[in-house]
Design a protein around this ligand. Structure first.
Ligand code: SAJ
Length: 403
C-alpha cells in the first residue's frame, strides 16, 4: 500500500509515541501531537520523556517523517492515544478523549479515518466520540475505529509488532481501513470486529489478569495461614496443562490492570460481582504487606524500613498507581522511618535515592516491592550496614533469622 497518507497521532505517551514512531519509520508522514509543552520541547531536542527498550533507536529512524506539534493538524488519518484515568468515584474519566475528538473536529475533512486506541467503556466510540467528530459536519462521511493496544510496558516495541490485534469499526470499511494502517508494522494477525466488541475485548483481557492476580493474592494469604510456600504451590499447579495462575504481589499497579475493570463494573454494577471482589482483594494487598512487616518489626523501637522499588512493576520507570505509594503512606502512619530506593524512578512524590548503600544504612527491614533486575544482583555483603545486623526473611513459608 502507498504511504502517501498523513497521520496525526494525538497523545505521545507510552503507546502513542511508539505508534507514531513505527508509522513514521514505515514511511508515513506523521504528526505527533501532545498538549504537554515540556514533553514537546524535549522531543524536539530528541530527548525521550520515558524509558522503553529500543525506543531511542526507533525514534531516530522515525524522526525524518515525524513532526512534533502541540496542536492537531489537518491529516488523512487521526489516531487518538490519550490516557483514560478513573475519577475518585471510579468512573472512566473521558476528558482527554473528548478533548482530542473536539480538536480533530476542528480540522476534520470529509473521508478522514479516525482511530481510537485509548481504553474506554463499551459504547464510547459510537456514543461519545462519533457525535463529537460529526458536530457541524453532518454531511461528512467519516470512518471511525477502535484499535486497542495490547503491548506490555518494558517490551512495548516487540509486542506492538508481534502481538495479534483486534480492530473494531463503526462499519466494515472503517475497520478495514484501520487494518491497512496497522499492517504497515504489525506482524501479528489483525482481527476485525465492530467497535463496541473491540472495546469490550480490551476490557476483559485486562480484567482476566486482574482476577487471576486476585486469586494468586488470595492463595498467598491462605498459604501463610497453613504454612505452605505459595510460590512453590503455584509453580507446581501450573505444571497442569490447563492451569495458569499468576503471581501474588504487593498489589496491582499501573494505569491498566487495576483501572480498566472499573469500566466494566460501572457499566453493570450488579452483573460484575466477581470483578469487583477481585479489585477489592488486590487493593487490600498494601495493608497486608504492612501487617506482615509489623510482625517482622515486633520488639524494635522506632523502626526504620527501606522500600526497595517503587515502580509499578519490574524494570520500568513508571510509578502510576503503584502499590508502593499506599505502602509508604501506611508505614508513615505507623510512625516508622521510611527510606525509599529505586534505580529507575524519577520525580516520585516522596524523597527517593538511587544510592543503595545510603538506602539500606541503619535500616531494620528491607521491603522489596518491585523486583527490578537491579535487586537480583544484591548480595548479603551489601546489606551488612543494616542497623541490627539481622535480616528476617520468609523462606518456604517459614520465618528465618539470619545473623
Ligand atoms: N502483577 C501481579 N502479578 C502478576 C502479574 C502482574 O501482581 O502475576 C502486577 C504487576 O506487578 C503490576 C500490575 O500487576 O503492578 C500490572 O502489571 P502487568 O504486567 O500485569 O500489566 P501492565 O499494566 O503493565 O500491562 C497490561 C497488559 N495486559 C494484559 O496482560 C492483559 C498489556 O498487555 C496491556 O497492553 C496493558 O495492560 C494496557 O495498556 O492495557
Amino acid at each position: 500500500m502507498k504511504k502517501d497518507k498523513k497521520i496525526c497521532v494525538i497523545g505521545l505517551g507510552y503507546i502513542g509515541l511508539p505508534t507514531a514512531c513505527y508509522l513514521a519509520s514505515s514511511g508515513y508522514q506523521v504528526i505527533g501531537v501532545d498538549i504537554n509543552k515540556k514533553k514537546i520541547e524535549s522531543l524536539v531536542k530528541s530527548k525521550l520523556p520515558f524509558f522503553e527498550p529500543g525506543l531511542g533507536k526507533l525514534f531516530k529512524t522515525a524522526r525524518k517523517n515525524l513532526e512534533i506539534s502541540l496542536k492537531s493538524q489537518k491529516a488523512d488519518i487521526f489516531i487518538i492515544s490519550v490516557p483514560t484515568p478513573i475519577t475518585s468515584k471510579k468512573k472512566a474519566d473521558l476528558k482527554f478523549v473528548i478533548q482530542a475528538a473536539k480538536d480533530i473536529n476542528k480540522v476534520l475533512n470529509n473521508g478522514n479515518l479516525v482511530i481510537l486506541e485509548s481504553t474506554v467503556p463499551p459504547g464510547t466510540v459510537e456514543k461519545v466520540v462519533l457525535p463529537i467528530l460529526l458536530k457541524g459536519h453532518k454531511n461528512f462521511k467519516i470512518y471511525l475505529s477502535h484499535a486497542p493496544e495490547r503491548a506490555i510496558p518494558g517490551n512495548t516495541l516487540l509486542e506492538m509488532k508481534n502481538n495479534d490485534r483486534i480492530i473494531g469499526g463503526i462499519d466494515k470499511k472503517s475497520a478495514f481501513l484501520a487494518k491497512q494502517i496497522y499492517s504497515s508494522f504489525v506482524k501479528g494477525d489483525i482481527c476485525l470486529t465492530d467497535a463496541t466488541t473491540a472495546e469490550f475485548v480490551k476490557l476483559i483481557e485486562n480484567t482476566f489478569r486482574d482476577i487471576n492476580i486476585a486469586f494468586a493474592n488470595e492463595l498467598a494469604k491462605l498459604s501463610d495461614k497453613i504454612d505452605v510456600n505459595v510460590w512453590e504451590a503455584i509453580k507446581l499447579a501450573n505444571l497442569h496443562p490447563r492451569v495458569n495462575i499468576h503471581s501474588p504481589g504487593p498489589g496491582v499497579g499501573g494505569h491498566c490492570i487495576g483501572v480498566v475493570p472499573w469500566f466494566l463494573i460501572n457499566t453493570r454494577p450488579n452483573d460484575t460481582q466477581a470483578i469487583k471482589l477481585a479489585r477489592q482483594i488486590n487493593d487490600s494487598m498494601p495493608a497486608y504487606v504492612i501487617k506482615y512487616i509489623s510482625l517482622m518489626l515486633k520488639g524494635i523501637k522506632n523502626p526504620r524500613i527501606t522500600i526497595l522499588g517503587v515502580a509499578y512493576k519490574a524494570n520500568v520507570d513508571d510509578w502510576r498507581e503503584t502499590p508502593a505509594l499506599q505502602i509508604i503512606k501506611l508505614a508513615k502512619n505507623k510512625k516508622w522511618q521510611v527510606k525509599i530506593h529505586d534505580p529507575l524512578v524519577k520525580n516520585f512524590p516522596y524523597s527517593i535515592t538511587t544510592d543503595f548503600n545510603k538506602a539500606t544504612e541503619d535500616s531494620d527491614c528491607l521491603v522489596l516491592i518491585t523486583n527490578h533486575n537491579f535487586y537480583k544482583k544484591i548480595n548479603p555483603e551489601q546489606i551488612r550496614n543494616m542497623r541490627v545486623g539481622i535480616l528476617l526473611i520468609k523462606k518456604n513459608g517459614r520465618k528465618q533469622v539470619l545473623k
